[in-house]
Design a protein around this ligand. Structure first.
Ligand code: FMN
Length: 186
């Protein structure tokens, strides 16, 4: 069974993106999932980035290391990547030669109450993952617009049937992508 790490780019208690992330395991139960938190990471500072480094950073990097791939589920802030997520990706991008994101399969998902589905944020996330030499699932995109109408605030899950099917297909494709990447590196 593939181990998939899920990183949510919002720290908000009632985050819609967290609700989308919470729905993934029930849509595709052929993988194991681990939610990797980013809220306790310090702001990136190269002075703190020495040796094994700080505990939260070490735990975070180890958590990514143990996965076969990571799914990023993130909002868009001011037409771009939320600062907390960029900070977390920067911490996973060093040390330069052994960083945990190098050759790591990655998928990108985003939800917004707005109508443009986090397109701009996802472009920047992909740009960052390209710089970290991660292998992002090509061509398929998972934009979720008007998310407030698609979730149940009681169960805190995605309930819109069409979106659930798209998300299921996206995650299934991501698992196939991990297989392809693993075969390439054999
Ligand atoms: C500082 C800030 C900037 C935002 N900019 C955008 C934006 O550019 N595009 C967008 O679709 N939504 C934008 N939003 C609205 C977010 O999509 C909305 O707050 C969303 O619920 C955040 O995701 P979350 O529910 O997972 O926390 C912004 C929200 C904040 C707080």
């Amino acid at each position: 069974m593939k181990r998939i790490g899920i990183i949510v780019g919002s720290l908000r208690g009632n985050s819609f993106n967290q609700m989308i992330a919470n729905t993934i395991p029930e849509l595709v139960d052929s993988a194991k999932y681990e939610y990797i938190s980013i809220g306790n990471l310090p702001l990136y500072n190269a002075d703190l980035d020495r040796g094994e480094g700080l505990d939260p950073v070490r735990h975070y990097r180890e958590a990514i290391q143990k996965t076969d791939g990571i799914l990023i589920v993130s909002p868009e802030y001011n037409s771009g990547i939320p600062g907390v997520l960029k900070n977390a990706l920067d911490w996973a991008s060093t040390p330069t030669k052994t960083a945990v994101l190098i050759h790591k399969p990655a998928g990108v998902i985003g939800a917004t109450p707005g109508v443009k589905g986090t397109i701009l944020s996802q472009q920047q996330i992909r740009q960052t993952l390209d710089a970290t030499q991660s292998y992002v699932l090509p061509s398929q995109k998972m934009y979720i617009s008007q998310v407030m109408e698609k979730i149940d605030s009681e169960t805190r899950k995605l309930t819109d049937e069409t979106t659930r099917k798209y998300l299921q297909r996206y995650v299934q494709s991501f698992i196939q992508w991990i297989d392809q990447v693993q075969r390439l590196s054999e």
